[in-house]
Design a protein around this ligand. Structure first.
Ligand SMILES: Cc1cc2nc3c(=O)[nH]c(=O)nc-3n(C[C@H](O)[C@H](O)[C@H](O)COP(=O)(O)OP(=O)(O)OC[C@H]3O[C@@H](n4cnc5c(N)ncnc54)[C@H](O)[C@@H]3O)c2cc1C
Length: 432
């Protein structure tokens, strides 16, 4: 992608997705003329595809268009670390929250089962496997976060195992962490293949058009969108483009684009794999928000994800050096192979962690703000939004998961972010 294209297309990135680079090249269909349809979904991520699928189930005779700025797999849905959590996250463990979280967890599990069934019917191999996840801490701040998480697991009666440094090392080959928890409630997948699998199973009345960026949305009786140089008219629009929804409607400005970065190594050789622990493949999430994510993939690569950037993607050279350092500190016992790729992605963050979800105007709906964990929750929220928008009775998304809170305008927002980030970085420095 040229520098000008990188700046011009929202949701495009400086470097290709490392996961997508491992797959056969894809040429998706683009929008090639003006069109009128019943529903337009902006964004072919987990949220958008689930919304289109649910609308189609409720209104099988409608014509539905899903428009995405990029080729499927290259955009944000194909850039994540591939953790599909089967339970919602909980920061608190008071009894009222636990009751709410149990209901939320049942919904999240339902969405996960739906994803697993779709993947199976797609016959696309996306290495989806219920491997569980580790969560680990290095210093006092991380340990306190781990203890909070453990209280939530206890309260919600979810299974887990506690592992000390040596037990973790025996399983995943690093002595970097002081303590960890293993929870079985998580799948791992190759995310670029996963989003392709979900797209491959869309019903026939849904058309997916790629490299078709929506640049304008105006009220025109119904709604008129300018996309890929053409006009699309529809009475209903669902915005499922996460951190970029605010570029189309200012009322979506509660969602902040927070960039985070990942790298995948070349496959480890047998000598290095033998130095890792007993688990053939695994995933580890940091106990503290600012820590690093790790994975050993099914094909023997290490993944590391770390670092954050506010509303702007950092230069790849700086990020690559940081990620290399992170991995080296965790695995001094390995002769690490070079990175095959390093990339960034934009997650949509909200104050309070709830989504921006619901109706914005007549015929205009939004589900945005993945808060760094939207593969399964996005699937749930997208389907629930389509249910609501098509006149059904959806789950109580806002009551169960909270709503995105108001944020001050710029420059106060950025300043607030910088202060909080600096404070948290200092506190959680050991976890990086
Ligand atoms: C490095 C990294 C690691 C992560 N790890 C995990 C993880 O392990 N598990 C997890 O659950 N989450 C993870 N996340 C977050 C995850 O990517 C999101 O939760 C998930 O992709 C959200 O799905 P979504 O469909 O809501 O939005 P997105 O995936 O952001 O999809 C939005 C889509 O809208 C498109 N778009 C944007 N603007 C326009 C426009 N104007 N016109 C047309 N299309 C547009 C984009 O191209 C994109 O395809 C990670 C994110 C990153 C960056």
């Amino acid at each position: 992608m040229t520098a000008s294209a990188y700046r011009a297309v929202p949701g495009s990135y400086r470097t290709p997705s490392g996961w997508n680079a491992l797959l056969p090249e894809r040429t998706g269909r683009r929008l090639d003329g003006d069109v009128t349809c019943d529903l337009v979904v902006v964004g072919a991520g987990y949220t958008g595809l689930a919304a289109a699928r649910r609308w189609s189930a409720r209104r099988p005779n409608d014509r539905i268009l899903v428009l995405d700025a990029l080729t499927l797999g290259e955009g944000n849905p194909g850039r994540n670390s591939g953790f599909l959590l089967e339970v919602a996250l909980a920061e608190d463990a008071d009894p009222s929250a636990i009751a709410r979280m149990r209901t939320a967890n049942a919904l999240v599990r339902g969405a996960m089962s739906e994803i697993a069934a779709l993947v199976e019917s797609s016959r696309i191999d996306c290495a989806l496997a219920r491997r569980g996840t580790y969560r680990a801490a290095v210093g006092p701040v991380g340990l306190a976060a781990l203890a909070r998480y453990r209280r939530f697991l206890d309260g919600a009666r979810l299974p887990y195992a506690v592992l000390d440094r040596e037990a973790l090392a025996a399983r995943i080959g690093t002595r970097f962490y002081q303590e960890g928890l293993y929870s079985p409630d998580c799948y791992l997948a190759q995310p670029a293949a996963l989003i392709r699998a979900l797209a491959a199973t869309l019903p026939p009345n849904v058309s997916l058009l790629e490299q078709t960026c929506v640049t304008r949305l105006v009220r025109d009786g119904g709604w008129r969108l300018t996309a890929g140089g053409h006009q699309v008219r529809a009475p209903h629009v669902i915005l499922a483009n996460n951190a970029f929804a605010k570029l189309l409607v200012p009322s979506a400005s509660r969602v902040v684009a927070m960039y985070t970065y990942a790298a995948l190594t070349e496959p480890l050789d047998d000598r290095n794999l033998a130095r890792l622990g007993s688990d053939e493949q695994w995933g580890l999430l940091p106990a503290h928000r600012l820590g690093s994510t790790l994975r050993l993939t099914a094909d023997g690569r290490l993944l590391v994800r770390s670092s954050h950037g506010y509303e702007r993607e950092a230069p790849p050279q700086r990020i690559e050096a940081e990620l290399r350092d992170n991995l080296g500190r965790r695995f001094p016992i390995l002769d690490l192979p070079p990175f095959a790729s390093t990339w960034g992605g934009a997650t949509g963050y909200t104050l309070g962690g709830g989504p921006l979800w619901g109706q914005l105007a007549e015929g205009l709906w939004v589900s945005a703000g993945c808060n760094g964990g939207g593969v399964v929750k996005g699937t749930l929220f997208g389907a629930a939004l389509a249910e609501l928008a098509s006149g059904g009775e959806p789950a109580d998304v806002l009551g169960l998961f909270g709503a995105a809170r108001w944020l001050p305008p710029e420059p106060f927002r950025r300043l607030g972010y910088l202060v909080a980030e600096r404070w948290q970085s200092r506190q959680g420095a050991a976890e990086r």
